[in-house]
Each structure stands twice: as structure tokens, then as C-alpha cells.
Design a binder for this molecule. Sequence first.
Ligand code: URA
Length: 456
Amino acid sequence: MPNPAPLHMIDLIRKKRDGGALDAGEIGFLVSGAVDGSIPPEQLSAWLMAAWLRGLSQDETRSLTLAMRDSGEKFSPARLGKVAVDKHSTGGVGDKTSFLVAPIAAACGLAVPMISGRALGHTGGTLDKLESIPGYRTALTLSEFETVLLRCGASIVSQTPALVPADRVLYALRDRTGTVESPGLICASILSKKLAAGLDALVLDVKTGSGAFLRKREDAEYLAALMVATAEAAGTRTVALLTDMGQPLGRAAGNWIEVAESVELLCGARPPESEGLRELSLILAGWMIHLGGKAKTPKAGYQRAEAAIADGSALRAFMAMIEVQGGDISVFDDPAGFHKPGATQVLNAWETGFIAEMDTTKLGWAVQRLGAGREKAGEPVDPHAGIHFHARRGARVQKGQPIATLYATDAALLAEPIALLRAAIAIAKTPPCDVPLVSRIFTRESAEDYLRDAVR
Ligand code: URA
């Protein structure tokens, strides 16, 4: 056999720039060059921009996902002796379903190896929230990860330095070159990390609405279908649910206050402002339990999930995971007493009417600017900063009634978030239309049908 012709990055940039599609060998060359440094950042950036402008075909997306998945070490759940399932959300405000679905699925006999991220832009990060629990360690080695999973059924950790190194390089360049919001690149970035965890099944929560990264419904639908088809082709049973991010999920957005809200629900409480969070968590967990083979239908999975809350087994799984990862669970004896923000301010309704609209991206920036998120990568976050929302979209409010309580690192940080909330929340004379919590579900078949018809 003659040696294949050598590849040159300049040719791959020109090919993509001119609307061509790279084959698996060319994508593999690009990914290994990104990881070993043999392709310089300016050439990778040029290719990323060409990919952003021209789009990636479904075959290119699949090749990129697999090459990235294989770019570093991987986790094998085989020794856990259980079906491995996970849930991934495309990011939102107050989105804390991981703290419910992971222990629920573990309590139902599944393994949940969850590799999570930090706050990104206006959205919160699962790891930052968990680190508000004193002592909780998110940076485990893969062997420590396996030990926690064997003992507790669920473990939520950060990416190790050697897991999917290609995403580390490409994501940092995308962040600096305006090439984040591309369905093919997002799909490869998210799925490469999920598939490197060796999952048997995956439930994707793709957000739509004012707080989502992809605000346009057709973009969110395309991404959802693309991720389902790509993960299924890689051998992981996958569904995607399109869910509403037109208001914060649950009543807390921040770090500690989100963990506290989740534990309240795991204890069986039903505060009305947390009902959407509880419902979505049960739906997502129901699908995880169904895809993991522990329930015949997603509805039966939902019922098993409800039972795991009612009998306390999900709460026990969550507490076990926290303790084994070094967290001090005594803080849950008095969650309100542990919450010590530097400054607090209540925002009252400025007129009487209905909460008609919430620009949830603005609300997310308000949470971040109170100290709960970061301006630059690597900055510390304040575990106690955040917002409690007292009124949901559609609620009738009287002038002067508290609609939110803001918690900041110090009083000087309150003014801008208050202004953001006033700009983000519209109070109107008539109530808004109802928005369904879950508007569409993609399974393998419906995703493939959708992609066949999609013009991209
Ligand atoms: N989250 C990721 O991990 N990657 C993306 O590209 C977008 C969101």
C-alpha cells in the first residue's frame, strides 16, 4: 500500500472556507494537531471560523465528536456492574436538576458518572454550586471517581486534565474568536465529554427561550436532533427534551441557595415556586430510568423517581455522595442559618399586574454580577450570592409586594443587578400565554427524520 498523501492544515482551512466537507482522516489530523500543538492557534482559529460560517455536515460533526472523544483518557464504567446513565443540560439560570436526577437515578439502581462544568456566561455551573458545600471536592482522579460511584451510585466531578484535551484547546479558542454558537461545534464539544465517560444512555435537556444560549427555537431543535443522532451513532441510547428557559428554573439562582432548594425537594417539600423544577427533574429522571432499563416507559420511570423522593432513598444517595467527596453534610441541618450573604436587598413590584415576561439572560447576568459568577476564567465565586424569585411568570402581583430577594458579596454590588431585574421583568395588565415546560422530545427515530428534512 502506498503511504497516504501528507495532510496540511492550510488545505483543510481552504477546503472548509470554500464550503467543502472534511473526511474523518482530515478531522483526525486536525484534532491531534490541536492536542499536540503541531497546528498553531491561528490556523485552528481560522478553521473554526470557517466551520462556524459554513457549518459542519452531520458526517463531519460525527467525525469531530469521535476524534475529540478519543483525544485523551476515558472513563470505563464497566467495573461498576450497573448501567451508566447521565443527563446534560445546554445551560440555564437556576438550573439545578442535576442535584435531583443524579441521586434519584442512583437510588433506582443506575450509575451516574456526571462530569460537569463551571459557570459559563450568564448561566450557572454545577461545580460552583457544589463547591458551596464546605469541603466538597470536585477534582477527583478517575480512580477516585470510580470509588465514589461504587459506593454511592452517583458522582459529580470536574473534567480531569487528560479527559478530552481537544475540547480544552478548541473551546478556549472558540471563546476568544466568537465561534461558540455553532450547532456542529457545540454538539462535538458536549458529546465528546459525555461519550468519554462511557455512558450507556444519555438524556439531553436542550433549553429554549430567553435564557438559553440558542434562543431561536429552530436552532435549539436542530442542535437537539443533531446531538441525539450523533450520540446514537456512537452507541449511546439518547433522547433530547426541548425545555423552557423563559424564566429561571425553581425559585433560587446562585450557588448555595440552589443546593439548598434541591435538598428541600429531595426531602419531599413542595414549595409552589419550585414546582417547575420538581416536575422537570422527575421527567428527566424518568427518561434516565427508562433508558437505563429500570422502567418500561418514561412515565413508569417518572413514578419510580417520585417514589425515590418519597421513600428518602434519593436524599440518602445525595448525602452519601457529598460525604464521600469530602463535603460537610451538617450544613443541611440549618440551610438558612448557613446562608450568610454580605448584603441583602428586597425588590418590590413597581406596579400591580401580572409578571408577563422575564428576560432570563438578563436575570442570569444579575446573578453573576452579585458575585455568584465570574468575569474572567479562574476567578473565585461567592457561594452565598444569588437571587430568590418570589413570583413566577404569570403570577399576579400587587404594587409593593416583594418579587425577589438579592444576595450580594457586598452592598456596592447591588445597584446594577437591581437595574437589570427591573429591565428584565415586565409587569402587564393581562397574563401571558402558558408556555409548556417540555415542548418537544427527540428520540433516535424522530431526530433522524428531522435531520433528513432539515435544510442547513
Ligand atoms: N457547553 C460545552 O461544553 N460546549 C459548548 O460548546 C457549549 C456548551
